[in-house]
Design a protein around this ligand. Structure first.
Ligand code: NAD
Ligand code: MG
Length: 392
């Protein structure tokens, strides 16, 4: 029996994870549920899964959550605030943590889970982009394990012979991440100028939170995933390639020295990756329908258009620059995407904001969490000034 903390329980990944968990009450129970400020949604989940602990990150929502739970006769203890989240991730109410908070907000709880030796099911890619080195150290010190939930990294993990594989030792030449290309694949920059948030969030293959949906539309999602793959598989950037595959059936591939290329295929449904990570090294039912290759009929592949979708090229640039550049990339992207979703910034200015912030990125590598958070905050302030200038 595994006992889970689902951090980001009210989001898209949280919902998929809880759907898989509910199919296997003999294997998994929920010890902690956490969300930002969606009190009603969190209270509903608590009434369904009865966690020992419910955490609401925004302290202003604490009293509301307590009331909702009391009304429903749910006995879960309630805690609030960012520190409560970190303590829950490392605490006694879970042995497995689903890190499904969006953005830098998930960094500290992800690191805390790793340090505490939990089995870490990681969706929160921004944490890896900001602090991949620190996360690796925390995992080593804590003695826990990391299983990627991001479908591409989950696919790569499945195509590698061993969980801790050194790529050279097992004959891996190259990691090939697939990208759907997002809702605007094939469009020119001129056609992207007037894109609205609703258009950007209408992904053809996946239903996801709004931030990652915009990231998919700009291809920054793939850029973040290249950096994520670099850290998770200890792969240099030149051995991580991206290929656009609009059907989202091949979730990623690994190329070996002998010319073999292994791929993981499946319907575009995050529950497959989640079930794999939950049960690994075993396999369990995920509730996902069988893949019908005859119905799909064809799988297409093309090169990404880096000139139009500049965010992917910017992510490679940040990875090559090293130091604080990937922190700046992530912070500028989070600020620019939030401004775009608010109607304060045009779609194409997301890449522009990030490019300007990267050009001003400080040298030196932040060595600890405090330095990383400081670099993140400085980059966000800088990005805010760029956004104000670009939206004027
Ligand atoms: P979402 O917006 O649907 O959900 C985000 C969750 O995080 C919510 O439960 C929200 O309450 C919580 N949250 C937000 N800010 C918080 C804060 N400050 N403190 C505590 N909790 C906070 O997002 P999502 O689509 O589920 O994505 C979550 C993460 O998973 C992201 O990092 C995303 O890149 C990654 N991911 C998502 C998918 C997908 O299919 N949705 C696929 C791969 C990776
Ligand atoms: Mg992905």
């Amino acid at each position: 029996m595994k006992t889970l903390a689902v951090l980001g329980a009210t989001g898209s990944i949280g919902a998929s994870a809880l759907d898989v968990v509910a199919r296997h009450p003999d294997k998994y129970r929920v010890g902690v549920l956490a969300a930002h400020r969606s009190v009603d949604a969190l209270a509903d989940l608590c009434a369904r899964f009865h966690p020992a602990l419910a955490v609401i990150a925004d302290p202003a929502c604490e009293r509301d959550l307590r009331e909702r739970l009391r009304e429903r006769g749910v006995a879960s203890r309630v805690e609030a605030g960012a520190q409560a989240l970190v303590e829950a991730a490392a605490g006694a109410h879970c042995d497995t943590v689903v890190a499904a908070i969006v953005g830098a907000a998930g960094l500290e709880s992800t690191l805390a889970a790793a340090r505490a030796g939990k089995r870490l099911l990681l969706a929160n890619k921004e944490a890896v982009v900001m602090a991949g080195g620190l996360l690796a150290t925390a995992l080593r010190d804590g003695g826990g394990s990391l299983l990627p939930l991001d479908s591409e990294h989950n696919a790569v993990f499945q195509c590698l012979p061993r969980e801790d594989a050194d790529l050279d030792a097992v004959g891996v030449k190259r990691i090939l991440l697939t990208a759907s290309g997002g809702p605007f694949r094939g469009r020119s920059a001129a056609e992207l100028a007037a894109i609205t948030p609703e258009q950007a969030c209408a992904h053809p293959n996946w239903r996801m939170g709004r931030k990652i949906s915009v990231d998919s539309a700009t291809l920054m999602n793939k850029g973040l995933e290249v950096i994520e793959a670099h850290h998770l598989f200890r792969a240099p950037a030149e051995r991580i390639d991206v290929v656009v595959h609009p059907q989202s059936i091949v979730h990623s591939l690994v190329e070996y020295a002998d010319g073999s290329v292994l791929a993981q295929l499946g319907n575009p449904d995050m529950r497959t990756a989640i079930a794999y990570a939950l049960a690994w090294p075993e396999r369990i039912d995920a509730g996902v329908g069988a893949l019908d290759l005859v119905k799909i009929a064809r799988l297409d592949f093309e090169a990404p258009d880096l000139a139009t979708f500049r965010c992917l090229a910017l992510a490679y640039r940040a990875l090559a620059a090293g130091g604080a550049a990937t922190i700046v990339l992530n912070a500028a992207n989070e600020e620019a995407v939030a401004a775009f979703l608010d109607g304060r910034l045009p779609f194409l200015a997301i890449a522009e904001t990030i490019e300007r912030c990267l050009a001003d990125a400080p040298g030196g590598t932040p060595g600890d969490l405090a330095a990383i958070l400081d670099a993140d905050l400085t980059a966000r302030r800088h990005a805010q000034r760029m956004i104000a200038a670009l939206s004027a």
